[in-house]
Design a protein around this ligand. Structure first.
Ligand SMILES: *[C@@H]1O[C@H](CO)[C@@H](O)[C@H](O)[C@H]1NC(C)=O
Ligand SMILES: *[C@@H]1O[C@H](CO)[C@@H](O)[C@H](O)[C@H]1NC(C)=O
Ligand SMILES: *[C@@H]1O[C@H](CO)[C@@H](O)[C@H](O)[C@H]1NC(C)=O
Ligand SMILES: *[C@@H]1O[C@H](CO)[C@@H](O)[C@H](O)[C@H]1NC(C)=O
Ligand SMILES: [Zn+2]
Length: 860
């Protein structure tokens, strides 16, 4: 028995031997993950003379919307300008179509334009909160490109992007980039001489997504051509760099359609993570799915998500190649979906949960059904069990302490313990960083830096967990890893989790490696390093890809998930968990060298952990391109005539209470202390951003009544009740709540009542409850109403309803309205000074959204 083979290399030499793989594979995965095409400038290809998708043109559109027009927040003047600009673009393309058909009468091409305008209401539950949206006269611009026949229009694909931008952002990537891409796709398609669409393409330029998906609701419920939509392609952005990710795909047909794009980028893992809801995000896709019952694809740019919904979401920060990449993929998708091979006519069955596994792996896009997956993974598990038995070698009689099965179970336990040890190790350090040292989120400004902090800790934990197991045989442990991986793949898949396939993808080459080992080595030898090399390739490359995508999404996300979210532990657990997936053979590899080596390696990793802790403790979480998100409200209470300054953050990084203290000293009345507020159902200060307000850590400051800040804004914001009749006999009261809000946008009301019936939906909760209703309307539309019948409380028949109301002054939004700050009254004067102060105080590491709000309370 050669458990102490004299020829065995030590840990260092063996690692050195595997180093090219350990470093090279993740490096290649990195290159592949972030590769973008060369941007194209010319509108026509100089060699073929055919129109081509031009990144320069896409970005010119995006720049016009985000900089020439600016912040296109629903209800603002700029929002209306965006609408008018888009109508003109649509009419231009329609004119081009007509000219082309006039010049080439045989060309089957028709472009139709709708400028849809309408009102409605929908329930929009989010993050566990019940919420209603009502909207007045919002708009959509719709262009249908077809062959002009009834058959050609019968089955259509809808491609959607939104023109509006959210409160704090000019929205260049989100979503002007996608608007530009759709315009470019239209130009290329219409101007391609031989292109004839067998199926229509409906381009929806939706003008109210950020107000919680009102315009897509409007299209999905009211547009005359909604019935012809068979599938949706939704284009979004939550970042400004890298390849756009397919993160929702809801039918096998559409996943197969996606495989026709030149550079696919998507995996079922992203799909399942997103649909689990833990990203706390949502797109128009939800409206199309809920109200049109169709399937489709949701695609978004996700890299550098630090700029998502920030002032710096500008064209200059969109990485070159992003628009080209996304544009060419969308164009290919539309070409396929409008072709005779299109799956559209078959997509009449409505939405059902898809049963398809798909991956992006080594440049290939792999698709197979859940049925195939079941068969494959079960076969794999059986094969690995048979192989484990076949290569099992009885130890020398002196060493034999238990049965083969017992030994296998023990080494499987060791493999499991390593995963748990890694998670514990990383989380102990996370606890130390966040609570012990008060240095949370030290890794925030660089997505992948957290690996340097938490990988050594995870390794220490994994190695330490091995010591209680004593000596384990390398071969048995190696077999355990394969058995466990194929077992997890099987069980996960049988439970309907398609992502479990990642374990099959790693187990499969390990089976090959085991077979290879049987050829390369003799029964009692160590496992050949060649076998490790074969077995490592897949987990290293897939694990690296997983690291890139997951950290790109989750690290910036911790900057907006609130103080309460355990950001440090989430990131530590991701590093440990994905790390365990990436290095599955750590346990057999370490047991190859025995206890002493494991002990020494544990000590070394622990020392490295200590160094990492020291280094990361000196880092500050934010910098100028990775800013802290801050929210500032100047509140005028028209009921009490009071003014307050509210300041909030949305992350768990240290230092905010200290900043609040300095704000109190410099901005509030003398001797003021910052008052931390409780963010609950009774705090209506932040209702304009409800339900995201749940993530805020707010402070409230009394404002000194500076004389220069006292020119009151002229507004007639009021809530009243009309058609108010009480029926004592039936114990009900019916009334119309009328909200008048001249010059005020994004109004929100909250009240308590037992509603029996209302115009918001068919089924109000059957109890006394607190209700939130938010409004979004087109510029200049200043009133909305809500009819309802409420139950009169038995103990107090004369009880009235207290309605809290709040809204944003359309001219008092900083920095959106800098250009016309003179019209913004006292709030804008304050914001100009406060923003400059904050910039200096934080050295440019914070990005604040400053809103001039007006609110009060009315008893009706
Ligand atoms: C649509 O469904 C029919 C019947 O199931 C099938 O024969 C046809 O190949 C399908 N077409 C496409 C494009 O998938
Ligand atoms: C969508 O269509 C499917 C298949 O026809 C049906 O089972 C499902 O109930 C529909 N969903 C909705 C929300 O209408
Ligand atoms: C409520 O009163 C308004 C006039 O104030 C009237 O136009 C409207 O139709 C009434 N609504 C109901 C539900 O009675
Ligand atoms: C305005 O003041 C009233 C009375 O104190 C209070 O109930 C209400 O919540 C305040 N509203 C806002 C938006 O500050
Ligand atoms: Zn968006």
């Amino acid at each position: 028995m050669s458990t102490h083979s004299p020829r065995r290399w030590g840990l260092g030499k063996s690692l050195l031997c595997l180093a090219p793989l350990l470093v090279g594979v993740p490096f290649l995965a990195y290159r592949e993950n972030y590769a973008l095409p060369e941007p194209v400038i010319d509108l026509t290809n100089p060699t073929t003379g055919l129109p081509q998708l031009s990144e320069a043109r896409v970005l010119a559109h995006a720049k016009y919307l985000s900089e020439d027009i600016g912040f296109r927040t629903v209800g603002t003047r700029e929002h209306a300008e965006g609408d008018a600009w888009m109508v003109k673009q649509a009419e231009d393309i329609q004119r081009q179509c007509e000219e082309i058909v006039r010049a080439h009468p045989t060309r089957k091409l028709e472009c139709e334009v709708w400028h849809q305008q309408g009102s409605g209401a929908h329930r929009f539950d989010m993050m566990g909160h019940r919420l209603y949206k009502t909207y007045v006269d919002l708009t959509n611009i719709v262009v249908r490109v077809s062959d002009g026949t009834q058959e050609g229009k019968q089955h259509a694909v809808l491609v959607n992007a939104h023109l509006d931008s959210t409160l704090p952002s000019p929205g260049a990537a989100d979503d002007a980039l996608s608007v530009g891409i759709m315009l470019e796709c239209m130009r290329v398609l219409v101007n391609t001489p031989d292109w004839v669409p067998s199926h229509a393409i409906i381009f929806l330029f939706n003008n109210a997504e950020e107000s919680l998906q009102d315009a897509s609701h409007l299209f999905a419920t009211q547009h005359p051509i909604r019935e012809s939509v068979r599938a949706v392609v939704n284009l979004e952005a939550a970042g400004t760099t890298g390849r756009e990710l397919l993160f929702q795909a809801t039918s096998e047909e559409m996943i197969r359609a996606y495989s026709h794009v030149p550079r696919p980028y998507g995996t079922i893992v992203a799909n399942e993570v997103f649909s689990s809801g833990i990203i706390l995000s949502d797109t128009d896709f939800r409206q199309f799915q809920d109200y049109m019952n169709v399937t489709g694809l949701d695609i978004a740019v996700i890299g550098n998500s630090y700029l998502y919904h920030m002032r710096k979401d500008l064209v200059e920060n969109i990485e070159p190649g992003v628009a080209q990449h996304m544009g060419e993929n969308v164009l290919a998708l539309l070409l396929h979906l409008s072709s005779p091979e299109s799956p559209l006519p078959n997509l009449t069955a409505g939405f059902t949960k898809p049963k398809t596994v798909f991956y992006q792996y080594l440049g290939a896009f792999i698709i197979y059904s859940f049925r195939t997956a079941n068969i494959l993974y079960i076969t794999l598990f059986v094969a690995s069990a048979a192989l484990a038995r076949a290569v099992y070698v009885d130890p020398a009689p002196a060493l034999r302490t238990k049965s083969a099965l017992g030994e296998q179970v023990k080494s499987a336990a060791a493999v499991g313990a390593a995963v748990i040890g890694a998670l514990v190790g990383a989380n102990v350090v996370a606890l130390l960083m966040a609570k012990g040292l008060g240095k949370g989120m030290s890794w925030f400004s660089s997505e992948r830096s957290c690996m340097l902090l938490y990988a050594p800790a995870a390794l220490s934990g994994a190695l330490l967990s091995q010591l209680p197991f004593g000596r384990l045989r390398e071969r048995t442990t190696f077999a355990s890893v394969i058995l466990l991986q194929s077992f997890v793949a099987c069980v996960g898949q049988l439970l309907g989790v398609g992502s479990a396939g990642v374990f099959a993808l790693t187990a499969f080459p390990m089976v090959v490696a085991t077979a290879l080992n049987a050829i390369l080595t003799k029964a009692g030898d160590d496992i050949s390093l060649w076998s490790y090399a074969v077995a490592l390739f897949t987990p290293l490359s897939l694990g690296a890809q997983m690291f890139f995508i997951v950290l790109d999404v989750f690290v910036p996300l911790t900057g907006r998930t609130g103080e309460e979210a355990p950001a440090e532990h989430i990131i530590a657990s991701i590093v440990a968990g994905v790390g365990a997936y990436t290095l599955p053979l750590l346990v057999p590899f370490m047991h190859r060298f025995g206890q002493r080596t494991i002990t020494r390696a544990t000590v070394l990793c622990t020392m490295l952990t200590a160094v990492a802790i020291a280094v990361f403790s000196m880092r500050s979480p934010f910098d100028q391109m990775h800013q802290k998100r801050m929210f500032v409200i100047h509140m005028e209470n028209i009921t009490t005539q009071e003014q307050y300054l509210h300041v909030a953050a949305a992350d768990s990084a240290p230092g905010f209470p200290q900043l609040a203290q300095r704000i109190a000293e410099d901005w509030s009345v003398p001797g003021a202390v910052p008052t931390p507020m409780t963010m609950d159902a009774w705090n209506n200060d932040w209702d304009v951003v409800y339900p995201f307000s749940a993530f805020l850590t707010p402070y409230k400051f009394e404002l000194p009544l500076k004389s220069e800040h006292l020119d009151a804004i002229d507004h007639g914001f009021a809530v009243s009740a009309t058609n108010d009749t009480t029926d004592r006999h039936s114990g009900t009261r019916s009334l119309t709540l009328l909200v008048r809000h001249p010059g005020i946008i994004w109004t929100a009301i909250a009240f308590n009542a037992h509603v029996l019936k209302w115009t918001l939906d068919e089924s109000p909760p059957e109890e006394y409850a607190r209700h939130y209703v938010k409004e979004g309307s087109f510029y200049g539309h200043d009133a909305w109403s809500l009819d309802m019948v409420v139950k009169i409380p038995e103990h107090d028949p004369d009880a009235r309803i207290a309605v809290n109301f709040v809204g944003i002054h359309e001219k008092a939004m900083w920095p959106a309205k800098v250009a016309e700050k003179a019209h913004g009254g006292r709030a804008m004067q304050l914001f100009e000074e406060f923003d400059a102060w904050l910039e200096k105080e934080t050295a440019g590491t914070a990005d604040a959204l400053l809103l001039g709000c007006v609110g009060g309370i009315t008893i009706v």
